[in-house]
Structures are given as structure tokens and as C-alpha cells.
Design a protein around this ligand. Structure first.
Ligand SMILES: Cc1ncc(COP(=O)(O)O)c(C=O)c1O
Length: 441
């Protein structure tokens, strides 16, 4: 055994991070409260990313942390296979009530990645149950992000997340085109008014493969990790109509959009479209305890509820599915969202964030600005010799010089402040971004 070395950062392999660079100059966070993180010196950093799109009610919410403490004292763990505990039922019911009509069943997991994986498995198993096991294709979309399991990266459309991992899942080769046209859509505010026709590409895949081979289509109602792209007006409606026409299941990955980011419980509500499965995670516990899940329509769920009553209907689940601490955190979080009207607040602040970010047009390297709900993307011209370098520099400059934590995907800065953000927080964030842009090269 090697002797323990104080302050040795080498053992921890950070996810989605340039490890060697990070360890030469780590960005440590040791506390958080409201809109702010604190670093080890006590410096306050404004959180422009709600952690990782998850801390929607702001940091350090006592109602949530106290609920977690209480739950830990009462029931530290209960097996989720063949046993259960009361709060998991209460939570499932609460979430089903927030979901569109007819979506009344919730399967719990521990992350957004597992939620997407679960939705895709349920889709395939559903068709097998219905005697149509030849419906195995899972159609994703270019630039889609559905987490990091092999299934998630297979339907996902971000090259860097896929390329290192060899052959991916069979039946996932097809991806719908990304519904964005840079020639006509740059600097669009909220949903582009054109572009619904991008959904028609699904008809092409039906012609190519036959609808009888397609199990499901999975899309994010707004592409978060790709850099904040709202769905074009009526795009999701059109996708729903084509899925209906061909009996294809539609999955909305609402890991980011669930719980208020677009001003509603789920983006399905904003767009007036009911999918067959909704995935969620992140905001369900305000980021405090890992939890995710899939909300399933009655029709899909009920297809599994046949066969002998002693028999397991779905061979799927996790040791920590519906963990008591996560359930306590989620119930307290949902109370807080309701009591503070945070989803309505997000809707009210949408024009404020919109006006503030679009004022960055013309700032150095800015080639596009997009916004929807309480999220905005500021796309920078990539350094032709080193794509992604400017984005990473923006993170470093924001932390070192602007006392701010931001999220970046490639060369796009993604802003998604906690939904408690006020006008002064938003202008502080956007002015700090202006300061960052001025220092880029
Ligand atoms: C749309 C979407 N799906 C899935 C995930 C994966 O979630 P997790 O990181 O909790 O596995 C994310 C994470 O950002 C996401 O944005």
C-alpha cells in the first residue's frame, strides 16, 4: 500500500474533465447557499448552471436537507425488489400527478443515464409483450444526449461520447436530423418559428426500414447538452403525429427539462404533446440525492400487467431504485417547488434572461445566442486549431476572474441558473459572461 499523501489529487478520475490540466489548477467547491457556491477560501461564486442543471430551487435548502436527515434516521435503506417503503409510493403518485394525463406509472432509478436506459428497455420489452418483437429499432437524433450508458450513447448523437467505444447497440444506427438551420435560425429567441418539417425525416426511416421494425423514437424536448436549442414550433407535435401514424413509441428525455426549467412541470406541457414515456432525474431532488426515473403511460404499463400474478413483469431495476433518502429529498423538493411557485417564476423570468443574453450579440467570438425557459446558450466561434479550447477557457476565466460557475459544451456556454434567480442575479451573470468574452483569445 502506498503511504497516504496529503492533498494528492491523483486517485480521483474526474468525469468529462481534462484531468491533467484540472489537477494542476483545481477548481474546488466546498460549500453552497442559495445562488452561490463557496470555494475553500470562502470566496462566493455565483452558480450560473444550477450545479449541473439540477439545483433548481437553489443551494442549501433546509427543508430538503432536514427531510434527508430525518429519513436517514428512520430508514437508512429498504430493498426495492419484493419489498418497499411508503414514501416511494407517495412520490410516484406526486410525480404522476405532475405528468400529462394518462401517464400514471413511475419506475425509479438513480440517474438520468439509467432513466434513458430504462425507457429504451421498456420500449423494446413492450413490443415483445405485444407480440411484435421485430420492433427493435430505437431512433435517436443527431447531437442528442441521453447519458452515458451504452444504450444512451447509441441513441445519442454527440460524436465524442460515441467514438471511443466501438460497436454500439444493434438497431440504433439511425438518427433524426438535428432540427436547427444555422442559415435561418441564428439568434432566435425561444422556439424557432420554422423547422417543424425536420420531423418528417422519420417518414424516411419508416420507408427505409418499415415501421414494423421501429420500437421508439427518443428526443430531448430541448437539446441541453448540445448547447441549448429549443424545439422548433410544432416540431414535437409533428413527431408525435408521425409516431402515432406508424404505432411508434415516443420518449421525451426530460432529465433537464423536467421540474421547471421551461416554466412547467415537464416540457411536454409547454409543447402540448404527450409522449409514451418521460425520463427525469436532476431537479427531482434539487440535486441533493441521486435519483432518476421513467414515467410510463397507462397503455405501455398495462401491457406488462398480464401473465401469472406471482411472476415478475419487468426484469429490471437497481439496488437503490426509490432509495428512502432520495424519496424524502424528492418529496421535500416538490413541496418547495410548489410552495414557492418556482415553475411559474421561471416562466416570468424567461423574458428577463432572454433580453439579458441577447444583449451579448456582437461581443467577441459570439456567433449565436439562443434561449428558452430559464436556459440560454451562447455559442462561440471555435478556435480552428483547437475546437473546444475557447469553451474551456471560458470556464477557467469565469471561475478565476468573475467568481462564477458556468457550464460549457464544446464552445457553447450554457446558462441555466437556479429558478430562484432574480433580475439582479441574471444581470450579474450576463455581465460576468461579457467580462469572460472580453478576455478570450
Ligand atoms: C437529456 C439528458 N439525459 C440524460 C442525462 C444523463 O443524466 P445523468 O448525468 O444523471 O446520468 C442528461 C445529463 O445531463 C441529460 O441532459
Amino acid at each position: 500500500m502506498r503511504p497516504e499523501r496529503p492533498n494528492d489529487l491523483s486517485a480521483f478520475w474526474l468525469p468529462f474533465t481534462p484531468n491533467r490540466h484540472f489537477k494542476t489548477n483545481p477548481r474546488m467547491l466546498t460549500g453552497a447557499e442559495g445562488m452561490y457556491f463557496f470555494d475553500p477560501s470562502g470566496r462566493k461564486l455565483i452558480d450560473a448552471a444550477a450545479g449541473l442543471w439540477c439545483v433548481n430551487a437553489g443551494h442549501g435548502r433546509k427543508q430538503i436537507t432536514q427531510a434527508i436527515q430525518k429519513a436517514a434516521g428512520e430508514l437508512d435503506f429498504a430493498p426495492a425488489f419484493q419489498f418497499a417503503h411508503p414514501s416511494v409510493f407517495a412520490l410516484a403518485q406526486r410525480i404522476a400527478q405532475m405528468a400529462p394525463d394518462g401517464m400514471n406509472h413511475v419506475f425509479f432509478v438513480n440517474s438520468g443515464s439509467e432513466a434513458a436506459d430504462t425507457a429504451l428497455k421498456i420500449a423494446r420489452a413492450y413490443w415483445l409483450k405485444r407480440g411484435q418483437g421485430q420492433r427493435f429499432r430505437l431512433i435517436g437524433r443527431e447531437k442528442g444526449y441521453h447519458g452515458t450508458t451504452l444504450a444512451g450513447i447509441s441513441v445519442g448523437g454527440i460524436g465524442n461520447n460515441r467514438k471511443p467505444y466501438g460497436p454500439l447497440l444493434p438497431g440504433t444506427d439511425d438518427h433524426l436530423p438535428f432540427p436547427y438551420d444555422p442559415k435561418t435560425m441564428r439568434f432566435t429567441r425561444r422556439e424557432p418559428q420554422t423547422g417543424a418539417e425536420f420531423a418528417d425525416a422519420l417518414e424516411g426511416l419508416v420507408l427505409l426500414h418499415g415501421a414494423e421494425t421501429i420500437a421508439a423514437v427518443i428526443v430531448e424536448p430541448f437539446a441541453g447538452s448540445a448547447g441549448v436549442f429549443a424545439s422548433p414550433k410544432d416540431y414535437l407535435k409533428r413527431l408525435r403525429a408521425i409516431c402515432d401514424k406508424h404505432g411508434i413509441l415516443l420518449i421525451f428525455d426530460e432529465v433537464i427539462t423536467g421540474f421547471g426549467r421551461l416554466g412547467h412541470s415537464f416540457a411536454a406541457e409547454r409543447y402540448g404533446v404527450t409522449p409514451d414515456i418521460i425520463t427525469f432525474a436532476k431537479g427531482v431532488t434539487n440535486g441533493t440525492v441521486p435519483m432518476g426515473g421513467a414515467i410510463v403511460s397507462d397503455a405501455v404499463h398495462d401491457a406488462f400487467m398480464d401473465g401469472p400474478e406471482h411472476a415478475i413483469e419487468l426484469f429490471h431495476g437497481h439496488t437503490y431504485s426509490g432509495h428512502p433518502l432520495a424519496c424524502a429529498a424528492a418529496l421535500a423538493t416538490l413541496d418547495l417547488y410548489r410552495d414557492e411557485g418556482l415553475f411559474e417564476r421561471a416562466k416570468k423570468m424567461e423574458p428577463v434572461l432572454e433580453a439579458a443574453v441577447h444583449a451579448l450579440k456582437g461581443a467577441p467570438f459570439v456567433v449565436d445566442i439562443r434561449n428558452v425557459g430559464m436556459a440560454a446558450g451562447i455559442e462561440l466561434e471555435p478556435d480552428p486549431k483547437a475546437p473546444g479550447r475557447r469553451g474551456y477557457d471560458a470556464i477557467k476565466l469565469a471561475y478565476a476572474e468573475q467568481d462564477m460557475v458556468i457550464r460549457v459544451g464544446g464552445d457553447t456556454i450554457a446558462l441555466s441558473p437556479p429558478l430562484i434567480a432574480g433580475e439582479s442575479d441574471i444581470s450579474r451573470i450576463v455581465e460576468a459572461i461579457r467580462g469572460v468574452l472580453a478576455r478570450l483569445n
